[in-house]
Design a protein around this ligand. Structure first.
Ligand code: WTA
Length: 649
């Protein structure tokens, strides 16, 4: 197909509409507008009804929401135990034999874990943590592959009121060290290694490197998974299976305050230092349970699969807390989508009869590249709802997902949210919303969202900044240790509004279309990475003098990291070595796709690097106004080299 044909198709798609089918509506939890009307009449009352309906509380709250801008508290005075809500109550209701996780290891091994199993394991591990001196209010770091012990560790922390801080297993020793030190975590839970692309990747040796400089850590618990050799430090390091063998089986769930800190999750900011996003218990669990139930139209016999890693917020909210609070049966998969073949995901869906599937646009675009013959090898007729999260889904990818995975019959829920929002904020409800390919449609019931212009005035049509107008239950409670940064980052741009950092436009029907980040945060395969962080990593290399990093549009990963680097006088460095260096500093996801070495970076006369120009160069656009440049030749040279690289691709 030629480019022009594509463009015409894409334009047509934007006008296509997909109402839920009659068949889907007949079994759907929500059809029509009643839930929206209900919430619009009284949003706090609406959330209070959800909290009472979806969760078990030990004592009732006295105030639904206490709002001292920018600080919110929800269900104030109420008490509950998050782990009790995710485990005990299902077992007590006679559902102990229901499968919580069909766990699929990458090499092909598998485990079936019921709610009773998960409760037993969590109680024991909660006692292990207590035995290591962990008490309510402490922080515990988790650095694990996608194995059930990750959920156990999180739930065990929740059970005793300790906050977890999960660090994605792909992050480097430096990143792990900084996050442990910022949180002042007492215990680290890790594994020897995990499986990825058919090989064992080591975690414990990476953790050891971090642990050389983490004074707050007293003990390390190591799960055996990879079978790789690891060193165990006497007195500090313990095998998970040894501790579990002697741990007491009973650990009663104690009521915690609704505002008890549940976890920290670190996310990139526009300045170098990662932010420890704080989430608490009652409000968070209410919103993740609510959104998981209604966005995925959850029924008791569903088999739900979210392909995220527990190291990201999607794994926290839509593998651990939301689905388990709802007593759902899930698939949890350890590895990559292309091992042993490019059809692994589709094989898993057929094997377990997955009904609800939640993945990211970057994955969908990769599947498109691999071809329709891969999903066609398997019976995907069990699927009923498809979800998307992490970045804008382009109409082509939406249509491909709809046709080749959903067989033309499954509603697609494009869910917009963030680490900071804790749960989904904008999404269709599959039995109620007519979707348009590429649009996240409307805010969910109970959510206040407006698009505003530069001056913070509401826009009803066209493009602007996405803002949230009132607190929501799973809203972040702050940035760990830095309330001022919290206030400035999220509430400082527009008076009285939370600004999410994303641009968005409203079409003539009031549908919302996300336009990506407007700040210096890149979105690479659905992961937020700050340009500043990658620049600091580059400059940490002894040969590098100066670096500028931009995110350029990329067909597969959404944005790709492009770096422009000047070297110190006389120094040399190989591009691959420098990419590797960044990988070690931050993690492999932050490695630049391309590094251009240049004598000079384009700068204004006042010496500011012109990132906008570099982005234009990287995306092959004609440059606009370059008159403010100190030296226009620099850009001409970079453009010539970018064109060369593009023709090599
Ligand atoms: C982007 C991931 C468009 C957005 C849950 C947001 C999206 C950032 C969507 C948060 C979507 C997430 N459509 N963009 N459906 N979902 N984003 O914190 O830029 O890892 O601000 O949370 O991802 O990324 P985070």
């Amino acid at each position: 197909m030629s480019d022009s044909a594509n463009t015409i198709d894409a334009l047509q798609w934007e006008n296509r509409r997909f109402p839920p089918s009659e068949e889907f509506k007949q079994q759907a939890l929500v059809t029509g507008t009643f839930m929206y009307d209900d919430a619009a009449a009284d949003d706090e009352g609406f959330w209070a009804r959800q909290a009472a309906d979806l969760l078990d509380w030990n004592s009732e709250w006295s105030t639904i929401c206490e709002w001292n801008l920018p600080f919110a508290k929800w269900f104030v005075g109420g008490t509950l135990n998050v782990s009790y809500n995710c485990l005990d109550r299902h077992v007590l209701a006679g559902r102990g034999d229901k499968v919580a996780f069909h766990w699929e290891g990458e090499p092909g091994d598998s485990r079936t874990i019921t709610y009773a199993d998960l409760l037993a394991e969590t109680q024991r591990f909660a006692n292990v943590l207590k035995g290591l001196g962990v008490t309510t209010g402490d922080r515990v770091n988790i650095y694990l592959p996608m194995i059930p012990e990750a959920a156990v560790a999180m739930l065990a922390c929740a059970r005793i009121g300790a906050a977890h801080s999960v660090v994605f297993g792909g992050f480097s020793a430096h990143s792990l060290r900084d996050r442990i030190n910022d949180a002042e975590a007492k215990v680290l839970i890790t594994a020897d290694g995990g499986y990825r692309r058919g090989e064992v990747f080591a975690l414990k040796p990476v953790a050891d490197e971090a642990l050389a400089d983490t004074p707050s850590i007293t003990d390390v618990v190591v799960v055996r998974r990879g079978g790789n050799d690891v060193e165990m430090q006497d007195g500090r390091d313990h095998w998970y299976h040894d501790l579990m063998a002697t741990a007491d089986a009973d650990c009663p769930a104690e009521p915690m305050d609704s505002e008890q800190l549940l976890f920290l999750l670190y996310t990139s900011g526009t300045t170098g230092k990662p932010k420890g996003i704080m989430h608490t218990s009652g409000g968070y669990l209410t919103q993740v349970a609510f959104t998981h139930k209604y966005v995925f139209d959850l029924h008791d016999d569903d088999v739900y699969w979210c392909t995220a890693d527990v190291g990201w917020i999607t794994g926290h909210s839509y593998i651990v807390y939301g689905p388990l609070a709802n007593g759902a049966t899930q698939v949890m998969y350890e590895g990559v989508p292309n091992f042993p073949g490019n059809d692994r995901f589709w094989a898993i869906i057929a094997k377990y009869g997955v009904t609800k599937f939640y993945t990211a646009p970057t994955a969908i675009r990769t599947f498109m590249k691999w071809g329709t013959q891969e999903p066609a090898k398997h019976d995907l007729s069990s699927l009923q709802v498809l979800g998307s999260v992490g970045e804008p889904i382009n109409p082509e990818a939406w249509m491909w997902y709809h046709e080749h995975i959903g067989g033309g019959r499954c509603p697609i829920v494009d869910t917009w949210w963030q680490t900071e929002t804790g749960g989904v904020m904008i999404s269709p409800l599959p039995g109620a919303t007519t979707t348009k390919p590429g649009s996240a449609t409307f805010p969910l019931p109970g959510i206040g969202m407006e698009v505003v212009d530069e001056n913070g005035a509401r826009i009803e049509r066209g493009g602007g900044y996405l803002t949230l107008t009132r607190p929501w239950p799973s809203m972040l409670r702050g940035i760990w240790g830095d309330p001022q940064r919290y206030a400035e980052t999220y509430w400082g741009r527009f008076d009285g509004r939370y600004f999410a950092g994303d641009g968005a436009k409203l079409d003539d029907d009031g549908y919302l279309w996300l336009l990506g980040r407007v700040d210096d945060v890149m979105n690479v395969s659905g992961h937020r990475i700050s340009t500043t962080e990658v620049e600091s990593a580059l400059v940490a290399h002894p040969s590098v003098a100066e670096a500028a990093v931009v995110g350029a549009n990329d067909a597969t990963t959404g944005q790709a990291i492009i770096a422009y680097v000047t070297l110190r006088g006389g120094a040399t460095v190989d591009e691959q070595d420098l990419r590797q260096f960044v990988g070690e500093e931050i993690g492999h996801i932050a490695k630049p796709k391309t590094i251009y070495f240049t004598q000079e970076l384009p700068k204004t006369r006042s010496g500011k690097i012109m990132r906008r120009l570099l982005r234009d160069v990287a995306e092959g656009r004609n440059l606009g106004d370059t008159s403010t440049l100190a030296d226009a030749n620099v850009v001409a040279e970079l453009q010539r080299r970018a064109a060369e690289t593009a023709s090599e691709d």
